[in-house]
Ligand binder design. Structure first.
Ligand code: AGP
Length: 610
């Protein structure tokens, strides 16, 4: 949601720095964009509803190029998608400009007060109150005005503020929403996410909650909201800027699907030591007693990350001898969960910023439960809040639909299962060694599945005009069926539903007729006969069966209209391999329907509000 970009320094083209940064933040999801530059003692600004291209097309070629600058991509919460509601917002005298990601919950109360005092508002946003509030409090020092103003605010915010009275500084502050400062040479940057900063620097400071900073070209002062100066060491971010490019692929989503073998290999790297016979997770420091005393595990996550957690539950319950709970984070936080210091809470989040998952982490910590985060985002809020973090190594994921991060999460969860089994003594050394060896074969196995792309594209071509889809799976493939339906919905806007195949007769089968494509995920496991019967039942009702399976036999051939045949593999890898065809099916259907595959409508990559 909303993207923030800021620049202070002497480059002759700060406008381009901002626009390129906003481009790199498009993945966050947005519906309008804007920019403001301080130039020759006044603000130059342009704001437009629509995509970044609309903004760029409206920028006068003679517009100022240099000066301290802010840019913003807006994902509307308060007020419609209009030019006027786009950020930056200004005070009455147009001396202060503000950009904001988050929600000011008590904005209407502050706005009423400011209106009564004569302030004139131009937009319907919650953000505009900030510009007027800082205007009211400004006594010649922008930092002080912002600090005093922050005391009035309730809600979530990352803000950037500039003033023509102090043209060489940007004042920033953060509570809940992400804000990263990029350190340059005689220039500095700010952004909502790492990808926007990578072309300029790998040295970054992740502002923590309740911190603000004054950024000048040659200094960064970080303080708390009371003005106490704080020490924050920059972190070196190892991501390669090239990974934020499409590199010849038509879409980021397709590139990221194809990067999955690499994402998995990088996530496994350094975690398996076959000589020592097991898993070694650097940086995870649970002590043996803590692990032995565990009474249960609760995993929390949203969307695709939730499907990763749910998959792990199937695997872990077989080997770990512990009750495993999996909760959608937005429900968990309001469900009075049972938590104690013997409950291990595992929060899974690609972005590390999802508001509900973050709130779940805070709740767990308040109740004394140890929290492990699994995330792909260094410096993210969830990793800071959790007691320990395992970083997946998928590199930046730009497509809104999570693909390679899902595979990396499944890999991380596979590793963590072995880690727990090893330390709690529920898995013997031989089993751990064998499973480690199997995990190491995953990248190669994924390559083989990716080679099925043209077959999947051909099937997509036959079904992309359908209105509905059903996805059925059982056991370990049930969460993958749900992931397949989620991918198809978000990318193609086709109505897709997933069910545990055993639930079919309890309602969904009423939807089946000769127009309904039904995707079955089938492997030869303990429920093979059961799911095969479900296929027969769909066939009897003339449903169109697309079987994704590693078990092709005459029965499957007889009932299926189409078969995507996967290589046979160790059951440990089954969920990972079956994820790829459902991603590709969604991708190709989306492309054929002409949707905005990388930035589907209404969606945001990081859901930083409830
Ligand atoms: C995935 O394709 C979705 N766009 C979405 O469900 C996502 O997985 C969810 O919002 C959770 O995000 P997170 O992993 O960053 O917490």
């Amino acid at each position: 949601m909303c993207g923030i970009m800021g620049y202070v320094g002497d480059r002759p083209i700060s406008k381009d720095v901002i626009l390129d940064g906003l481009k790199a933040l498009e993945y966050r999801g947005y519906d309008s964009a804007g920019i403001a530059i301080i130039n020759q003692g006044k603000f130059w600004t342009e704001k437009r509803a629509g995509k970044l291209e609309v903004l760029v097309s409206k920028i006068d070629p003679k517009a100022p190029q240099r000066g301290t600058a802010l840019g913003h991509t807006r994902w509307a919460t308060h007020g419609g998608v209009t030019d006027e509601n786009a950020h930056p917002h200004f005070d009455c005298q147009r001396r202060i400009a503000v950009i904001h990601n988050g929600i000011i919950e008590n904005y209407s109360e502050i706005k009423a007060e400011l209106l009564a005092e004569g302030h004139k508002f131009r937009s319907e946003t919650d953000t505009e109150v900030l510009a007027h509030l800082f205007e009211k409090l400004y006594m010649g020092n922008l930092e002080e005005a912002v600090r005093t103003g922050l005391k009035r605010l309730k809600g979530a915010y990352a803000i950037g503020v500039i003033s023509i009275d102090s043209p060489d500084e940007i004042v920033v502050a953060k509570t809940a929403s992400p804000l990263v400062i990029g350190l340059g040479k005689e220039e500095n940057f700010l952004a909502s996410g790492i990808p926007a900063l990578l072309p300029h620097t790998k040295q970054m400071i992740f502002l923590r909650d309740q911190e603000m900073a004054v950024i000048r070209k040659d200094s960064i002062k970080i303080c708390d909201f009371c003005g106490k100066e704080l020490e924050q060491k920059p972190e070196l971010i190892q991501w390669d800027p090239i990974t934020t490019q499409k590199m010849g692929f038509k879409h980021f989503m397709l590139k990221e699907i194809n990067e999955q073998p690499l994402a998995v290999a990088n996530t496994l790297q350094g975690c398996i030591d076959l000589n020592a016979g097991g898993v070694r997770l650097e940086g995870i420091k649970f002590n043996k007693k803590q692990l032995e005393n565990l009474k249960n595990i609760t995993m929390i996550a949203c969307g695709t990350a939730y499907h990763a957690a749910w998959t792990a539950k199937y695997l872990w319950q077989r080997h770990l001898n512990l009750p495993i709970g999996v909760e959608v984070a937005s429900e968990f936080r309001y469900s009075s969960p049972y938590l104690s210091k013997e409950t291990l809470v595992i929060a899974i989040s690609q972005s590390g910023e999802t508001a509900d998952t973050l709130a779940g982490v805070k709740l767990a910590k308040d109740r004394g439960a140890p929290v492990l985060a699994i995330t792909n985002s260094p410096g993210s809020a969830i990793s800071r809040e959790a007691d320990q973090t395992f970083y997946t190594q998928a590199g930046p994921e730009i497509g809104v639909a999570s693909t390679k991060c899902f595979l990396a999460q499944l890999t991380a969860l596979g590793l963590f299962e072995l880690y727990l089994g090893q330390h709690r003594g529920t898995l013997d050394a031989k089993t751990i060694r064998e499973k480690c060896q199997t995990l190491l074969t995953l990248p190669t196995a994924l390559e083989k599945v990716l080679a099925l792309d043209s077959k999947i594209q051909e099937i997509a071509g036959q079904f992309y005009t359908k209105r509905d889809f059903l996805f059925f799976g059982r056991d370990i493939l049930c969460p993958i069926a749900f992931e397949g339906a989620l991918k198809l919905k978000e990318i193609s806007y086709i109505h897709a539903e997933a069910y545990a195949a055993g639930e079919m007769k309890h309602g969904p089968i009423a939807l089946v007729d000769e127009n309904m494509p039904v995707v079955f995920l089938v492997t030869k496991n303990s429920v093979y006969e059961k799911i095969f019967s479900n296929m027969e039942e769909i066939k009897a009702r003339k449903g169109i069966i697309i079987a994704i399976t590693d078990e092709v036999n005459s029965d499957i051939e007889r009932v299926s209209n189409h078969i995507i045949e996967l290589p046979k593999t160790d059951p440990l890898l089954t969920p990972m391999l079956f994820s790829v065809p459902v991603q590709l099916l969604a991708y190709h259907i989306g492309v054929l329907r002409g949707t905005d595959v990388d930035q589907p409508r209404n969606l945001a990559k990081s859901v930083t509000v409830e």
